[in-house]
Design a protein around this ligand. Structure first.
Ligand SMILES: C[S@@+](CC[C@H](N)C(=O)[O-])C[C@H]1O[C@@H](n2cnc3c(N)ncnc32)[C@H](O)[C@@H]1O
Length: 264
């Protein structure tokens, strides 16, 4: 009986090998299976997701040579924060519709926010970011209004004033009725790690040791962290707009924003 699950898996694996082209992973593929290269790429860098692949993965797999018909859709059934869907647009210039499926609602939100970057205006983002930070963030939001997640209630992970300020920022962003609210919200989530006493390590959160970043994180104000990340988003929108204006000979992107849905 104990051998049954293993042999079932083996059969499934064999079936998949018959159906799909297997590519031997060379060094380019290996270095593209990780987030690192995304930290310098516009839009890809909007949220650091440890589990994500690099924007160059599809090229490393040789998929960039595919010539897609106009009615083709690119489907990523485990799309995470949307790296491959975004790379199909920004790195490969594909105009095909894109569809992502992702079980984690937050990752699906991050993917959708990034993949639909054309919805956002750099000018509106700048105005709204100033509006959100016009008054100092509150340091005394009642704990009953905090998210239930235990991480926020653990003083080893976050100072209490930080959680209050993040909750206040989320409240202010939620009241905005413009598309850039999604972008501002992603920024709050992206800034949270820099305002905490932990770092993401695989699927776990590791509490920082005595000599690790604690001082620099304590001296970073929440307002500064948010302003910094939103300024980065704005810079990316501006640079992509400039790039698109200068895109001579490249396919003119029509709306390529594929529908993304959470698998839940
Ligand atoms: C290795 S990550 C892929 C990351 C993605 N390529 C990117 O660059 O962001 C695998 C993703 O699959 C998602 N996932 C796992 N099981 C799933 C399921 N049954 N249905 C949909 N998504 C799933 C995980 O939440 C995770 O985000």
């Amino acid at each position: 009986m104990a051998a049954e699950p293993a042999s079932h898996l083996h059969r499934l694996h064999q079936q998949m090998e018959r159906r799909f082209r297997i590519v031997e992973a060379g060094p380019a593929v290996q270095s593209a299976v990780g987030f690192l290269e995304n930290t310098t790429l516009p839009v890809h860098r909007w949220f650091r997701y440890k589990e994500s692949f690099g924007a160059s993965l599809m090229t490393a797999l040789g998929l960039d040579s595919l010539r897609l018909q106009d009615d083709t859709a690119v489907v990523d059934p485990f799309c995470g924060v949307g790296t491959s869907l975004l790379a199909a647009d920004l790195q490969l210039g594909w105009r095909a519709a894109r569809i992502g499926i992702e079980v984690n609602p937050f990752s699906a939100f991050a993917a959708e926010t990034k993949v639909t970057w054309r919805r956002y205006s750099a000018q509106r983002l700048e105005r709204l970011a100033k509006q959100v930070l016009a008054a100092p963030l509150k340091t005394d939001v009642d704990e009953r209004e905090w998210p239930a997640l235990s991480t926020f209630h653990d003083a080893r992970m976050f100072s209490r004033h930080r959680v209050s300020q993040l909750v206040d920022a989320v409240g202010r962003v939620s009241s905005i009725g413009e598309p850039e609210a999604d972008l501002l919200m992603l920024g709050v989530a992206a800034a949270a790690e820099d305002l905490s006493f932990f770092r993401k390590d695989g699927r776990a959160l590791r509490i920082l040791g005595p000599n690790e970043l604690v001082e620099s994180r304590e001296s970073l104000t929440t307002e500064r962290a948010l302003a910094r990340i939103w300024a980065r988003y704005r810079a990316d929108l501006l640079s992509l707009t400039r790039q698109r204006r200068g895109e001579v000979g490249l396919p003119k992107p029509r709306s390529t924003d594929g529908g993304l849905r959470s698998a839940r």
